[in-house]
Design a binder for this molecule. Structure first.
Ligand code: G1P
Length: 306
């Protein structure tokens, strides 16, 4: 049976956060622009959206985020210079970021949380299902998640969130889902959601990771959702409401078992860079053998001596 619903075509990427965990690097530079090897983190996320067939991307930005718009725009002077030098390789890489897809921007004037950032996309998204990608989570391009989520949304309607099993000791860092199993191995039906529960109160060890495909009914719910104790409107709370009432169709979870890289804090960011650098065809062999030598000759003896 071929699904009658159209597949979602728009992606929303919230990028208004202050990036305080990376200060002072993020004093004058958006955290989304911090490089992961040689591309800003945000470019991986936009490329993931495009790879899943989403060719219309709305970024929800704020003050101090102009570098984001510049990055995805043409850079005529730079391109001319590289062309004159015959540096075709770099020219292609510079152009690539401006030719990915149709980029749009809206500002989130007040820092009222993820739910509010998504609500800022309402006019652009209209009455269609749409994807949300959070910039702190990078998904390995070899382990497609978003296309599966878009397929599920097209087949069943409603909303879809990405879930991953985590160590129960870490569940307090995530939204957490209570689920019912379905006939499909990677698909569950969400019955409840709770934002950042204490380990002993968590309904499962299934964490919401930063990918969502949302029914447009989420906007009405978000508009009514109260801010939490920290003054933030949580997307998790609005999804919980959708799951409870069924008003926007079912809420499904796709279980992700692939490789995910976290760039949200300094340690995770460093791990991400080391892993991705080791796997690169161009830089990987050299960097990996340096790393091995560094670990064996300097780090291991130091740690053993400690
Ligand atoms: C946000 C969401 C949370 C989700 C997480 C995934 O939290 O509110 O439900 O589990 O992203 O990365 P944040 O990490 O922005 O605090």
């Amino acid at each position: 049976m071929s699904p009658s619903r159209p597949r979602a075509t728009k992606a929303v990427i919230p990028a208004a956060g202050l990036g305080t965990r990376f200060l002072p690097a993020t004093k004058a530079t958006p955290k989304e622009m911090l490089p992961v090897v040689d591309k800003p983190a945000i470019q991986y996320v936009v490329e993931e959206a495009v790879a899943a067939g989403l060719r219309d991307v709305l970024m929800v930005t704020g003050r101090n985020k102009r570098a984001l718009e510049d990055h995805f725009d043409r850079a005529h002077e730079l391109e001319l210079l590289l062309a004159e030098r015959g540096d075709e390789d770099r020219l292609a890489r510079v152009r690539a970021s401006s030719e990915l897809c149709a980029m749009h921007y809206v500002r989130q004037g007040d820092p009222l949380g993820l739910g509010h950032a998504v609500l800022c996309a309402r006019a652009h998204v209209g009455d269609n299902a749409f994807a949300v990608l959070l910039g702190d989570d990078l998904m390995d391009e070899r382990d497609p998640l978003l296309s599966r989520m878009l397929d599920v949304q097209q087949q069943y309607g409603g909303s879809v969130v990405a879930l991953m099993e985590v160590d129960p000791a870490h569940i307090h860092q995530y939204g957490c889902a209570a689920v019912n199993l379905t006939d499909e191995d990677d698909l569950v039906r969400i019955v409840d959601l709770v934002e950042k529960p204490k380990a002993e109160e968590a309904p499962s060890n299934l964490a919401v990771i930063g990918r969502y495909v949302l029914a447009p009914q989420i906007f009405d719910v978000l508009a009514e959702t109260r801010a939490d104790g920290r003054g933030e409107i949580q997307l998790t709370d609005a999804l919980r409401q959708l799951a409870a009432t069924g008003s926007g169709g079912p809420v499904h979870g796709v279980l992700f078992r692939g490789r995910r890289y976290d760039t949200g804090d300094r340690s995770d960011y460093l791990r991400t860079i080391v892993k991705l650098a080791c796997e690169r065809d161009d830089l990987g062999p050299d960097f990996s053998s340096w790393l091995l030598e560094y670990v064996e000759k300097e780090l291991a003896p130091r740690l053993r001596g400690a």
